[in-house]
Design a binder for this molecule. Sequence first.
Ligand code: UDP
Length: 253
Amino acid sequence: MSRRRRVYEGKAKVLYEGPEPGTLVQHFKDDTTAFDATKRAIIEGKGVLNNRISEFIFTKLNEIGVPTHFIRALNMREQLIREVEIIPVEVVVRNVAAGSLSKKLGIDEGTVLPRSIIEFYYKNDELHDPMVSEEHITAFGWATPQEIDDMMALALRINDFLTGLFLGIGIRLVDFKVEFGRLYEGEMVRVVLADEISPDCCRLWDTRTNDKLDKDRFRRDMGGLVEAYQEVARRLGVLVDTEPKRRGPTLVK
Ligand code: UDP
């Protein structure tokens, strides 16, 4: 038996060489970080929940024609993905004011935005992921104008899909962050959704109680992070242990 090769280790995930060329295994760790990893903890079970939630969402996105890196689930913590070249831009979509937007612009948390707003951040830990404009992205060659258009169009489709999915299970999608990659297929290259979509990178508020069901519980020392992620997984119908008979969202009336 040989040990599989680790291709990349990030804050919350590890990428291993996949079984075939052009594939990778994405492994979700329990490590939890915030504020540029100055705040850290290991929260047991978080990786399993994020893997399950992200796998469910990526499967659905693939089904509605949003191209993603996701191929298939492997086990509790791992999924098989296509190897892509990550575009070094984080794309944030906001529906409701919260977090850095509220802080920077003085808009009360919870204010519904007049329309969904897209923001770009340059992926660079040393620089603390600064917010950048399309001008910066094209001038410095991080992405082409066409790739920016593709990322924006996909981000809005993902937002529409996720807003509806979560609303159906009593959760408000306040904002989220996604990352995209370039998938090379022979002569062709296209932009696909990469990374993950989980409560680590979304703000999810219970529509009835406004309870936070996301990583803000960790950032703000509120506790109950795993319980909150479990609740999201349970409502999405992906906690197979507790609901052996069915998979899929449970509609909240
Ligand atoms: N986000 C993320 N990774 C980052 C920065 C932000 O996943 O490095 C997510 C965050 O969870 C939230 C959204 O992007 O859902 C908007 O985050 P914001 O700009 O408000 O920053 P924060 O307040 O989290 O520092």
